[in-house]
Write a protein that binds this ligand. Structure first.
Ligand SMILES: Cc1cc2nc3c(=O)[nH]c(=O)nc-3n(C[C@H](O)[C@H](O)[C@H](O)COP(=O)(O)O)c2cc1C
Length: 385
């Protein structure tokens, strides 16, 4: 198996097989099937919402590369008059800087420094992008899901239901056949905003927002809540997860916020925090009612995917690893997403195949019907937890 993996890694530097999950299944007896927002996907690797899902061309490239799913850039909700309670998040900024970020003395990671926020073009253009995504989803080429930042009130205020209704109605119309899948973003800049100073206020959002979206939608809807890293301790982060039981899925967790520089960041500090919280939550009494989990943050190897999966994640969302300088990828051909998939799945030491075989060899993952299954990692996590 090891020799075959070395050979595959080498020959796929020029391009992955068209259906690489089928190849992995036939060659290694590994079933990479994963789940995002209740949908089965051929493998766990998707693209997180952001600057890499702004136009149909990017989605076409992702489908061709064999990505499992893509979440569109976050759009800011609006009411019928075009008013946006969260308008402060609809600002324009194009420049991104991919930088090294050190954690502790010895670990170099990557982060993307960027001062922008949500979708800054007209809502109608977002609907056109969603229709392009819908067509790819229907064709079975790429599962595409929109992301929204809806109004979040202060404790004493009501939710602006007209904003929820108008925005969700437009998205549902553009999508067509139910269910509508969507993510609600709680971003790092929100975590850094004074709106997020109050714990009770945050917990109310988490308890009530899924129901608000459901009530506002003309068709059945599944809601993933992309939780922020709040500026409180790990115990509160667990409390946030446990308050979100009405959601269909949780994306854990968006980037950290550097208050001094006023920017979000990732790297090892982010994955350390996320993995630590996921592990603590797994052993909390409330974990049985936890919605499906998707991991995000500093995922640059199959080994890191496994770390999230061992703590209950059924899939993962990446952004930074799709933006590195070309010299950082072993593959010599293809888009950055293709080159990233090559490393994440086939790297002979740290790729997903290698680390699943490693777990099997240690007696920590067993074959079922002759196959190692990615989704069994989650089952093991809950069993152990
Ligand atoms: C430049 C940039 C823009 C982003 N924009 C959004 C966004 O609009 N909505 C959102 O939910 N997440 C956004 N994210 C967060 C990513 O989707 C992802 O969850 C996060 O960066 C952690 O993954 P990573 O370490 O692989 O980058 C953005 C990230 C970056 C780097």
């Amino acid at each position: 198996m090891r020799a075959r993996l070395e050979r595959d890694f080498d020959r796929f530097k020029r391009g992955l097989p068209r259906d690489f999950p089928a190849h992995v299944r036939e060659t290694y007896g590994i079933d990479l099937t994963a789940r995002y927002l209740g949908e089965l996907v051929p493998h766990p690797i998707g693209k997180g919402s952001g600057q890499l899902s702004l136009n149909p061309g990017q989605l076409d490239d992702d489908a061709a590369a064999g990505l499992a799913f893509a979440v569109l850039k976050t759009v800011i909700a609006e009411d019928a008059t075009g008013a946006q309670a969260m308008a402060a998040w609809a600002i324009h900024e194009t420049k991104m800087k991919v930088e090294r970020r050190r954690a502790g003395a010895d670990r170099e990671g990557w982060t993307v420094t960027w001062k922008g926020r949500g979708w800054d073009r007209p809502f109608g253009e977002y609907l056109a992008l969603l229709r392009a995504g819908r067509d790819l989803t229907r064709a079975g080429r790429l599962l595409v899901v929109p992301s929204v930042k809806y109004h979040l009130p202060r404790l004493a205020e009501p939710f602006r239901e007209d904003e929820y209704r108008h925005t969700t109605g437009l998205l549902a119309d553009a999508w067509g056949d139910p269910p509508l899948l969507l993510e609600k973003d709680f971003s790092p800049t929100l975590a850094g905003d004074e709106l997020a100073d109050d714990r009770a206020q945050i917990l109310r959002w988490l308890r009530e927002v899924p129901g608000r979206i459901r009530a506002a939608s003309p068709i059945p809807v599944r809601v993933a809540m992309k939780l922020m890293n709040a500026r409180f301790d790990d115990a509160f982060q667990v409390e946030m997860m446990n308050a979100s039981t009405e959601a269909d899925a949780l994306v854990c967790f968006n980037r950290l916020f550097d208050a001094a520089r006023g920017v979000a960041y990732g790297g090892w500090d982010l994955s350390d925090r996320n993995l630590n919280v996921l592990e603590t939550q797994l052993t909390s009494h409330a974990s049985a009612g936890t919605p499906g989990l998707t991991g995000t943050g500093n995922i640059c190897s199959g080994r890191m995917i496994l770390e999230y999966a061992r703590r209950g994640c059924e899939s993962v969302q990446l952004h930074t690893f799709f933006q590195l300088p070309l010299s950082e990828y072993a593959a010599t051909h293809g888009s950055r997403v293709q080159r990233a998939l090559h490393a994440l799945v086939f790297h002979p030491r740290d790729g997903l195949i290698a680390v699943m075989l490693e777990r099997e060899a240690r007696g920590e993952l067993e074959r079922q019907g002759g196959e190692l299954r990615f989704l069994d990692l989650r089952a093991h996590a809950y069993h152990a937890g």
